[in-house]
Design a protein around this ligand. Structure first.
Ligand code: SF4
Ligand code: SF4
Length: 288
């Protein structure tokens, strides 16, 4: 099914007007990660798209489809099906693609969305485009390897672990390579940048500029939530002035998304409204 502009606008994360009416679900099928962000405690969900909280149950692709069938009957206007962890979708490419294949066949009218750190996305862009994935989020916190190196502990690429600026350069190169390729496949691209005081707050507008040049559509500047047992646990949370300034400077280059609800990797429902009922359902399907 061809994705029209009008249909794309039904995505509540990309169109604020749709957020009160259109729901989304995240299918937690991707447990592993291929990088270690200094703000992430892996006891929790990926904070790229999720607020720290209780660890999600993980579903196998077949369980994800069964869960979705059930959920679709319970949630009104379920417009978007996304994969956002709890690790990274492309550190688990088999599970992610298998899930996408199954759901795009059974729910061709839905919008498909993926959220990733971008390290291993590029080889799969043609395939996800064929599966009608229309929205992709990449978290890019810096475009200078010196700054990137302060944000990640390690990067695992082609079965090898890289640290410091070497790892940062690989991550950055892979992330930026995705943007033009996604654009060529008419996929809407959101950049997430975590505002980390003292590390990248003055640099994020540069990220916005570079990503805009490459074809990204929107940027979501997310304030850091300092998380226990991480290198950034003692970093101050960004204050409203810093958040406002960062977003204002970024808006010179890219459209800003500021209604981010920091969804968990197993979120379900309208943005900002996660239902306890669906968490129970998820547990039930993960143990089948
Ligand atoms: Fe897609 Fe992110 Fe919205 Fe989830 S929160 S549906 S991954 S844009
Ligand atoms: Fe954690 Fe997500 Fe970073 Fe992986 S990409 S380390 S899951 S925040």
């Amino acid at each position: 099914m061809e994705m029209t502009e009008e249909r794309k606008q039904a995505h509540p994360c990309f169109n604020e007007e749709a957020k009160h009416t259109n729901a989304r679900v995240h299918l937690p099928v991707a447990p592993k990660c291929n990088i270690q962000c200094n703000y992430c405690n892996r006891k929790y969900d990926c904070v790229n798209e999720s607020r720290p909280g209780v660890t999600s149950s993980v579903l196998a692709p077949f369980q994800a489809v069964e869960y979705l069938r059930d959920l679709d009957g319970r949630i009104e206007n379920l417009a978007v099906i996304g994969i956002a962890g709890p690790g990274d979708p492309f550190a688990n490419p088999e599970e992610t693609l298998e899930t996408m294949r199954r759901v795009s066949k059974e729910f061709p009218e839905k919008i498909f969305c993926l959220s990733t750190n971008g390290l291993n996305l590029e080889p799969y862009i043609d395939e996800i485009a064929e599966l009608n994935v229309s929205h992709v989020t990449i978290t890019i916190n810096a475009i200078d390897p010196k700054i990137t190196a302060k944000i990640y502990k390690w990067v695992r690429f082609n079965k090898k672990v890289y640290r410091g600026e070497e790892g940062a350069a690989i991550l950055l190169e892979r992330q930026l390579a995705c943007i033009a390729k996604l654009k060529a496949r008419s996929i809407t691209i959101k950049i997430n940048s975590i505002i980390i005081p003292g590390i990248n707050e003055d640099h994020i507008p540069e990220v916005a500029k570079k990503c805009a040049e490459l074809g990204a559509d929107v940027i979501n500047c997310i304030p850091l939530i300092p998380t226990a047992e991480t290198p950034f646990e003692a970093v101050e949370k960004p204050d409203t002035k810093m958040i406002f300034k960062t977003r204002t400077l970024c808006s010179e280059h890219l459209k800003i998304m500021s209604h981010c609800a920091r969804c968990r990797a197993d979120a379900a429902g309208l943005l900002g409204q996660d239902l306890n009922e669906t968490h129970a359902l998820l547990k039930e399907y993960s143990s089948r």
